[in-house]
Structure formats: structure tokens, C-alpha cells
Design a binder for this molecule. Structure first.
Ligand SMILES: *Cc1c(COP(=O)(O)O)cnc(C)c1O
Length: 438
């Protein structure tokens, strides 16, 4: 809605990811500015009352009030939609806003969502403790196998939710099989693609219907900016399931009686998310943050290559080290998801990896305290290398049983490998491991 048509959707067919990440969604403004301008404004001047009415009714493209859309944010939305191969995107203030809006856009009290168990910590608590207060039940499957997810589906299931690559465990979900199973029940699949990024994996190519992102991580890439985004794949027939998704085929009371499925047939999901979720929920991304995220996006593809090469070197070095109990990196042939990584990520592997230090929880904490170059953070996807100890930080509010379910063990160290020189990274790991010895 409300967008100047830059024919951005043609980009996907003619140019590749690296090029879209730099040029997608932007053809210059009236000043011919090469950089995407920061439109730091709240509102836009109407030509007259008819123009205002047409903007409000979504019949003419443009901008009116920047809680709902903004020209700088709009470029980011188009660029990310093009990279993912979706039809439309809605940017939000954070990844958690994206997860929440993506689910609430298609649920009402009485709906349920079936979720894979290995999820980002705040997504897990949103699902386990917050959404149920709004009458939306989230049913966690015992694992992310299609059969386990299928066992939780019923007539009130509005979506299957999973992370393409799980944070923090690095597990990879068999998206083609999960999507085929869900679609056989008329249920859409929402995929959090934060850890993979569209450079490693494009969920729409494997059947997903909605993709969510925390742009805070690899897309921004420099640990400076929070942001989130929802991409509409444009294929799920929302209007054909009026009992499961009444919000798409009835006149929308929250937006002057629009019927999304028939009035906005190209992307009813994204238009509803903007006009109901964002307009009334208000988790708007600021134009300045959109600008910073666009800066990050320009170098995403080259950073992902370097992140991947460094992570491989670290994984192979750790695996040979006697102070290390185990290393989990999907590039190893004996990793349970190695074949999935090869199939879904075309032989490239994520740059987050986990390992256990000999000596358990206590040794894990000693290692964590001793690193010098690695930053002790709860973040990932930064140019800087980061270390976290999930059991004592991101996942400490979970019970030990919940920790086990989401794939966290007491000795688990998670590394997000940055793009520094590899020898400096290994030297730091080496000296920190020395501190774990009794
Ligand atoms: C960080 C993260 C989120 C939440 O994103 P914020 O931008 O921090 O709100 C959601 N999902 C995954 C997989 C993440 O890593």
C-alpha cells in the first residue's frame, strides 16, 4: 500500500542478491540523492481533501502519517522483500515486534499456533507466557520433525512457527517437509529467518508463507540498531479459509470495512499487518534506524562470506582441542543437520556455533569471563565476534527442563563469529580455554 512503484519486483528476476542488497527498492528521489535520504518527518502535506481521502483509502500510493509508513523505511521494506523473494514487507521497531505482529495478524482469542521448540529466548517466553494471556495458545512440539508438529495441529491452528536456523542451538529445520505437511492441513508457515539471512537461505523457496526477521543481527551487522521486518510471500490463500482466518474475508472493523482478501489480493497479509497491526500497535521503525539498517544491508553478502569462513576455521580448531568437550557446527559431516544445511543453504554454513567446555557450567563461566577480544554479549551477527553463555544469560529465566527443550545445556558456549582476522580470534579462544583448566 501507499508506495511509489519503483518496479522493485523486477529486480529479483534480473539481478542477484549482492546487487539487490545495494540497489533494491531505490531509484533516487527528486534531488537525485545517491544515498537513500533520511526522511525525518512525521507527516506529509496533502494536496487537497481528495488526495487525503485517496491516501487514507489506500487507493493512491504515497505517505500520510509515519507511524504507518515512511519513504526511508519503505526502501528497506522493498529491498528486503526483493531479497527474500516475497511480495511485500512491513518493517518494525524490533525483531520481537515482528514475531508478535506476524502471529497476531492471523490469530484471535481461541486460535492456536504450533511451534518448533528450539526458539530464540524472548520468542519462547512470548509464546509460552504472553500470547496465552490474549487467548492465543501456543503448542510446542517435542521437536521440529514434521510429524511432531503435525500432531499438535487442529481446526483452530492458525500457523506453524519455526526458525530456519535456530538461535542459539544452530539446528536447521527441514522447511520443505514442514511446509508440505502444514499446507496439507490448510495451515501457513511462519519462519524466523534471522540467523540464516536471505543470503544463506530463502524460506519462500522452500514453501514458507511469511518470513520474519530481527534486522538487529546480521542485516544491520554492526551492533548499532534494533529493527524487525515481516515479509509476505504472497502465496497463501488467506481468503479461502474464512473459518480459520475470518479477518481476511470479513469487512475489517479496524480499517473502515476493507475486505483484505478481495480488496488487496496481492498481499492481504502485509496490508492487514500494516493497517491493523502497525497502525494500532505502533511499533514503528524510525527513519534513522532504517537508514542504518540499509547501510548494513549493502555489505550483507560479503560479510556473510567472511563470517562463514572464519566460523569454519574456528570450528575445526576447537574440534581438535582437548580442553573442549564437544563442538556443534553444521559444516561437520556428522552434525545431525549437515545434510539439511547442504540442501537448504547450498553448502554454506551458519557462523554461529556452539561448544561445550570440559568442566561443565563452572568451566563455561570461567571461559566466558576470560575472553578478551570476543565481546560478552547477548547478540549475534555483529562484525565483532561475540560470546554468550545461554544458561546464565538469555535462557536463565527458563527452568532446566525448558532449557533442555529449547536446546540449551549448562556447559554450552555460543559463539557468533565476526569478521576480524582469524588468527586473532583463535589466539583469544586459546588463552580463554587455558583458564578453564583446573
Ligand atoms: C534477536 C532475535 C529476535 C529478536 O530480535 P530483536 O531485534 O532483539 O527484538 C528474534 N528472533 C531471533 C532468531 C533472534 O535472534
Amino acid at each position: 500500500m501507499c508506495i511509489k512503484r519503483y518496479h522493485w519486483h523486477l529486480d529479483r528476476a534480473t539481478v542477484r542478491d549482492e546487487t539487490i542488497a545495494i540497489h533494491g527498492g531505490y531509484r533516487g528521489d527528486d534531488t537525485r540523492s545517491v544515498a537513500v535520504p533520511i526522511y525525518q518527518t512525521v507527516a506529509h502535506d496533502f494536496i487537497d481533501a481528495d488526495h487525503a481521502a485517496a491516501l487514507f483509502d489506500l487507493v493512491t500510493p504515497g505517505f500520510h502519517y509515519n507511524r504507518i509508513n515512511n519513504p526511508t523505511v519503505d526502501v528497506l521494506e522493498k529491498r528486503m522483500a526483493a531479497l527474500e523473494g516475497g511480495v511485500s514487507a512491513v518493517a518494525l521497531a524490533s525483531g520481537m515486534a515482528a514475531v508478535r505482529y506476524a502471529v497476531r495478524n492471523i490469530t484471535a482469542a481461541g486460535s492456536n499456533v504450533v511451534a518448533a521448540p528450539q526458539l530464540y529466548g524472548a520468542t519462547y517466553t512470548l509464546f509460552a507466557h504472553v500470547l496465552p494471556e490474549e487467548g492465543v495458545e501456543v503448542r510446542f512440539a517435542v521437536d521440529d520433525e514434521p510429524k511432531s508438529l503435525e500432531a499438535r495441529i487442529d481446526d483452530a491452528t492458525a500457523a506453524v512457527f519455526c526458525e530456519s536456523i535456530g538461535n542459539p542451538a544452530g539446528n536447521i529445520v527441514d522447511l520443505p517437509a514442514v511446509c508440505e505437511m502444514a499446507h496439507s492441513h490448510g495451515v501457513p508457515v511462519i519462519v524466523d529467518n534471522t540467523v540464516a539471512t536471505p543470503i544463506l537461505l530463502k524460506p519462500f523457496e522452500h514453501g514458507a508463507d511469511v518470513v520474519v526477521h530481527s534486522l538487529t543481527k546480521f542485516v544491520g551487522g554492526h551492533g548499532t540498531t534494533l529493527g524487525g521486518l515481516i515479509v509476505d510471500g504472497g502465496r497463501f490463500p488467506w481468503g479461502e479459509h474464512p473459518r480459520r482466518f475470518p479477518m481476511f474475508s470479513r469487512p475489517e472493523p479496524a480499517f473502515h470495512g476493507v475486505v483484505y482478501a478481495s480488496d488487496h489480493p496481492d498481499s492481504p497479509y502485509a496490508v492487514r499487518c500494516r493497517t491493523v497491526g502497525l497502525r494500532n500497535g505502533g511499533a514503528t521503525l524510525s527513519p534513522f534506524n532504517a537508514f542504518l539498517l540499509l547501510q548494513g544491508l549493502e555489505t550483507l553478502a560479503v560479510r556473510i562470506e567472511r563470517h562463514g569462513a572464519n566460523a569454519e576455521a574456528v570450528a575445526r580448531w576447537l574440534q581438535k582441542d582437548p580442553r573442549v568437550a564437544w563442538v556443534s557446527w553444521s559444516g561437520f559431516p556428522d552434525h545431525p543437520h549437515h545434510q539439511l544445511a547442504e540442501r537448504l543453504c547450498s553448502n554454506r554454513y551458519p557462523s554461529i556455533l556452539t561448544f561445550g567446555v570440559i568442566g561443565g557450567y563452572e568451566a563455561g563461566i570461567r571461559f566466558f569471563n576470560e575472553v578478551k577480544l570476543f565481546k560478552r554479549l547477548v547478540n549475534l551477527g555483529d562484525a565483532k565476534s561475540l560470546v554468550s553463555h545461554p544458561a546464565s544469560t538469555t535462557h536463565r529465566q527458563l527452568t532446566p527442563e525448558e532449557q533442555g527443550l529449547v536446546g540449551v545445556s549448562p556447559d554450552m558456549i555460543r559463539l557468533s563469529i565476526g569478521i576480524e582476522h582469524i588468527e586473532d580470534l583463535i589466539a583469544d579462544l586459546d588463552q580463554a580455554l587455558e583458564a578453564t583448566l583446573p
